[in-house]
Design a protein around this ligand. Structure first.
Ligand code: SF4
Ligand code: SF4
Length: 121
């Protein structure tokens, strides 16, 4: 998928780590996988960014993507918490990156299936 479209819709639209003034050299695994996928650009509605993903979707994506993400070891509180290295209090839960959230919404809407996702990992 087109990089500029992904930055506008995934980074700016879904990601709490996005800083428009910063030209990031590293991209998360979710973003890298989306670059290799072909997906209809209208597959997501604007209000989907508020959607909470199901636990099974989150677990699948963590298992498939996070361990090979450039931010897995250093730079992602969500991954650290999943490894049992809590950085926040028990009542606070860190958000994953926009790439994971966007892919999760696509999976739950049926815009993409696990097979297609596995094919680009
Ligand atoms: S972490 Fe991923 S989704 Fe978030 S700004 Fe970086 S590349 Fe975009
Ligand atoms: S949630 Fe963290 S480790 Fe997983 S793909 Fe996103 S940035 Fe990488």
């Amino acid at each position: 998928m087109d990089k500029a479209w992904l930055i506008r819709n995934v980074c700016a639209g879904f990601c709490c780590f996005y800083k428009p003034e910063k030209d990031e050299e590293l991209a998360c695994k979710g973003f890298l996988v989306l670059e290799d996928l072909t997906l209809r650009q209208d597959a997501i509605a604007a209000n989907d960014r508020e959607k909470l993903l199901r636990d099974d979707t989150m677990n699948d994506l963590y298992g498939m993507l996070c361990k090979t993400c450039p931010f897995f070891v250093d730079g992602c509180d969500f991954a650290a918490e999943r490894r049992g290295e809590g950085t926040k209090s028990a009542r606070q839960v860190s958000m994953p990156c926009g790439g994971i959230l966007f892919l999760g919404v696509c999976l739950e809407r049926g815009s993409i299936d696990i097979k297609a996702l596995n094919g680009v990992i």
